[in-house]
Design a protein around this ligand. Sequence first.
Ligand code: CS2
Ligand code: MG
Length: 402
Amino acid sequence: MSNIERAEVFVASPGRSFVTLRLTTSDGVLGLGDATLNGRELAVASYLRDHVAPLLIGRDSARIEDIWQYLYRGAYWRRGPVTMTAIAAVDTALWDIKGKVAGLPVYQLLGGRSRDGVLVYSHASGTDVPSLLDDVARFRELGYHAIRAQAAVPGIRGTYGVRKGAVYEPAATSLPEEQPWSTEAYLDHAPTYLEAIRERFGFGFHLLHDVHHRLTPIEAARFGKRVEDCRLFWMEDPTPAENQESFQLIRQHTTTPIAVGEVLTSIWDVQHLITEQLIDYVRTSVVHAGGITHLRRIFDLAALYQVRTGSHGATDLSPVSLAAAVHLDLTVPNFGIQEYMPHAPETMEVFRSGVRFEDGMLHPPEEPGLGVEYDEKAAERFPYEPRYLPVARRLDGSVHDW
Ligand code: CS2
Ligand code: MG
């Protein structure tokens, strides 16, 4: 029996902030899990260090399902991003260990390949329409078959989704930046640049767009209908998903596919959306939805309703999460697409990952486990610097969904 002997939590900011769990077994096998919750890092670090680590020591590392149930049911307090991210980190690290013990990459433990590679989309953006078109051209040249497009809304400072430096990183300030928002200006502008992209580049690749929870259901219905001729792969998070019945209204008006789930953390949070077929893609992720064990359960439920997967994969999900996602994506029958934003070079100095990008697809490492190493010495060069996501305010000063 190979027991869990150590549970260490690392918090560092190599390019951006990451929380990483490392488990060590009595046989000296290491397992890694991502525990990053953007802008709330220390809440998960404390949950793991103070409340979960003492429960893990001495437990059989092979009993992944039992440990998942123990941490979930045993806490009494269920679901929510902090809990589910902490459980995810433990679960991911245990799959990493199981792969290393078996001498197999994690995707082999999950049933083996269902496909040759994992289709990904990346983020093109621009401060105006010409620079967005240039960015789309660049991603086409890099070999992407799917591209998300976002442009600044004229007159609206700091529109979400628009890259400032080499990497899109919205959590950039030590206190939340307040950014203005105008739904009217967005609804007038966004369809015009999506149309400009199709006019210039045609339909030979997938085009995606993230609405980032900014619209009401009827506004989202109007938007989806307006862009139908652009044949979007999806419109993402058209409206906040707390009130899930409201997606019915969007559905009644448009055939533009809908993707939801990056802020949802359990199978119960997506149950209604999936079983009522209110969405086409579920975007829950390994790190925020309870790890590989729980995400696989969500994907299986989705498969029954012809909902495909499209996991969140922004840069606030560490290379450990990305590797875990690629292993799982490779195996599930109802895979749709995986979000992929290459990390900053500093991030990759700390996380050594064998995940490979080629011809618009990601490929997992073939080594046992997840195929990612954490260099704690390198991490010491990047001490934790708290950063917040922005807050949006309407032009009259009231708070809007960011
Ligand atoms: C976005 C993210 O990737 C996406 O689809 O919605 O950039 C999101 O804003 C961040 O991951 C928040 O942490
Ligand atoms: Mg999004």
